[in-house]
Design a protein around this ligand. Structure first.
Ligand code: PRX
Length: 645
């Protein structure tokens, strides 16, 4: 009798369940089968090489070039299909079919070759969200060069550090971008930067308007080179699956950003599969991911994942609330966007303007929504669901990181799994062996808070930290032996659903942008007026989190509102406007242990107005009495300024 069968056999089960089971029980067979979905120039001999763990390598011996899968493969069947729609703040637009994109990438690749760029060379790309950004990335990948895209909101120092760390040979930039109607001079930032970067031989400049100053010896104009060149075809380099594809810098707990690098084979397959599993992209879909390509979200889900799937993507060069807070909804309506992927900060920003702006547009083309970058609070979730999703559409809350290459935990509509629970990210994707550990490295009980861990390698995982193998081991494989440590707090419930709660380390998420407190402290200390500083994050209703600094001034400097403004500006000029402050306080000394370690917990408690709580574990060198005294002194100074501000 059917009633006697277990639940699983009586009811339809989404393919997700079976696939997940297979992926962990028969990984070799599973990955061989999955890898058949992309094209290989020659097959791999080994699925996973663990001999040099934790430097895991995937698809050993296989030859594959991600651009072949993103472009060449679609020419016959999808040559005339739009690959990229693009629009800017002014409403100017462009579109590129797969064959046009293919041609552009080939010509760009030829230019790179003519400029002497070879396989393995690093190319730094500093471009806003214009079509030449994905074109330049694909052109690098096509010839086996390694791209490193720097978000165009970063300032000079950040560019200098990244060029020097990667030892980039070529920089690609453009004259400007418009942000809220104002010109941002990108070429000028590069001019300043390359005077401090000895490895850079040439700067390739994409002209956007007339006035552009060129340095005769160093700068080459893209338009000049293209004009002189007829149609050019550049065969894709026969890259190994384990050849680096790109470096992308991200913040960690030290002052120096880490160059996370990914490889052609594993990253290629992972972005291909996760796009399919999570966004369930079909031929008629238009996918609008509002992220900038300067971050991993854009790398994986504007460029590599969707294009390998032969999908149509929409890129918008601008902010969500300019010229009006309905710009995105206007685009959804105009381009018949079906799948929309954004961040909780963007949702909160638009929520503030009121739902009238959404109501002005017909969003009936949408069928799936996504969220990424930070935990989404219930209020924002509800607004997004009700207003953008017409109280009908599923929202996939995708948890992942620069390091994971692609989505790790989420619902998977492409595998029939629409299971959603309030506040949960969902279940791990096939191949992702996730768990939550306590401080002792033991699995926590259901709903007990701990650290999310990934217990076995997966194809999209980072290959390492560029030029710093020790940092890779120390950051990701030292907290718990043999498992990958992402640095996030999480809980898992009795059904195996994961809820990511936020960072467990000194990394902030300001509007979803990742920035280390140490990075900000290092910049503050480099200012002549600053002796010491401690930076923490506090909750912010729109941005999720903002930075607050406590600053000790050097002798001879006096606290003032003007100096406060100067210091905040100084940080933003150095690191970029992504650093948003919720306050900067002057103190005569920072709360420290006897051995001189800053007591961050005290700084945090005092600044956010909480009680000190249990201090026994963290500050065990300092007696309770001493601690109270230090905290009180610190608190008094902060309070008096809080009252004034
Ligand atoms: O803390 C987690 C948070 O973003 C971190 C990764 O940041 P980044 O490398 O810049 O990549 C962002 C886009 C993938 C994670 O360690 N995070 C990302 N997605 C979510 C999230 N936190 C909660 N829910 C999410 N969906």
């Amino acid at each position: 009798m059917a009633e006697n069968l277990p639940f699983e056999e009586r009811y339809y089960q989404p393919p997700y369940k079976q696939l997940y089971k297979e992926s962990l029980e028969e990984p070799e067979k599973f990955w061989r089968k999955m890898a058949e979905e992309i094209e290989w120039f020659s097959p791999f001999q080994k699925v996973l090489d663990e001999s040099n763990a934790p430097f895991y390598r995937w698809f050993i011996g296989g030859k594959v070039n991600i651009t072949y899968n993103a472009l060449d493969r679609h020419l016959k069947t999808k040559g005339n299909k739009v690959a990229i729609y693009w629009e800017n703040e002014k409403g100017e637009s462009r579109s590129l079919t797969y064959s046009q994109l293919y041609n552009e990438v080939n010509r760009f690749a030829k230019i790179l070759q003519d400029l002497g760029v070879q396989k393995g060379d690093r190319v730094l790309i500093y471009l806003p969200l214009m079509p030449e950004l994905p074109i330049a990335m694909l052109a690098c990948a096509r010839i086996g060069a390694i791209h490193s895209v720097v978000f165009s909101g970063f300032s000079t120092q950040a560019v200098v550090d990244r060029i020097n760390d990667a030892k980039a040979k070529l920089v690609i930039t453009t004259s400007n971008t418009m942000r809220r109607g104002k010109r941002v001079e990108l070429k000028r930032i590069i001019d300043e930067a390359v005077s401090q970067t000895p490895t850079v031989e040439k700067v390739l400049v994409i002209k956007r308007d007339e006035e552009i100053e060129l340095n005769e010896e160093r700068d080459v104009l893209y338009q000049d080179l293209i004009k002189r060149m007829g149609y050019k075809k550049v065969e894709p380099e026969m890259t190994d699956a384990t050849d680096p594809l790109f470096i992308l810098y991200t913040s960690g707990t030290t002052g120096k950003p880490k160059g996370i690098y990914h490889l052609h084979g594993g990253y290629g397959l992972w972005t291909y599969l996760t796009t399919k599993w999570v966004f369930d992209l079909r031929d008629e879909d238009v996918f609008f991911n509002t992220a900038d390509i300067g971050w991993i979200t854009g790398h994986s889900y504007i460029v590599y994942g969707p294009l390998q799937n032969g999908a149509t993507v929409l890129m918008y060069e601008g902010v969500p609330d300019y010229p009006n807070p309905d710009k995105w909804w206007e685009l959804v309506e105009k381009y018949n966007v079906t799948v929309f992927y954004t961040s909780p900060t963007a949702v909160r920003t638009l929520m503030r303007y009121g739902e009238e702006w959404v109501k002005k547009h017909d969003l009936s083309s949408l069928r799936l929504l996504g969220s990424v970058g930070e935990p989404i609070n219930p209020e924002a979730w509800r607004w997004y669901f009700k207003n953008v999703g017409r109280s009908q559409l599923p929202i996939v809350d995708t948890w992942w990181q620069t390091e994971t290459g692609g989505i790790m935990i989420s619902a998977t509509p492409g595998l029939g799994n629409y299971m959603l629970k309030p506040s949960a990210n969902g279940l791990p994707l096939p191949g992702v062996d996730a768990d939550v550990f306590n401080d002792e490295g033991k699995p926590t009980k259901p709903r007990e808070k701990g650290y999310i861990v990934i217990k076995r390698p997966w194809p999209g995982m980072l290959a390492g930290v560029w030029g710093d193998p020790e940092r890779y081991i120390k950051t990701y494989f030292s907290k718990f032996q043999g498992v990958y440590y992402p640095g996030d707090y999480a809980v898992k419930d009795e059904d195996g659903f994961f809820y990511i709660l936020g960072r467990a380390d000194e990394v902030l998420k300001i509007a979803g942008h990742r920035i280390g407190t140490r990075e900000i402290e290092d910049v503050l200390i480099s200012h002549p007026a600053v002796a010491e500083s401690a930076v923490i994050g506090i909750p912010d209703p729109v941005r999720g989190e903002v930075a607050v600094a406590a600053v000790v001034l050097k002798q001879g400097y006096q606290p003032s509102d003007e100096l406060r403004k100067t210091l905040i500006e100084y940080v933003r000029n150095n690191l970029g406007p992504i650093v948003v402050f919720g306050g900067l306080y002057f103190v005569s000394k920072l709360p420290k242990t006897r051995s001189g370690k800053i007591m961050r917990r005290v700084v945090r408690s005092v600044i956010s107005g909480q009680t000190l709580g249990d201090t026994t574990t963290l500050e065990d060198e300092t007696s309770v009495e001493e601690l109270k005294k230090i905290a009180e002194e610190f608190s008094k100074e902060i309070q008096s300024q809080k009252n004034q501000q």
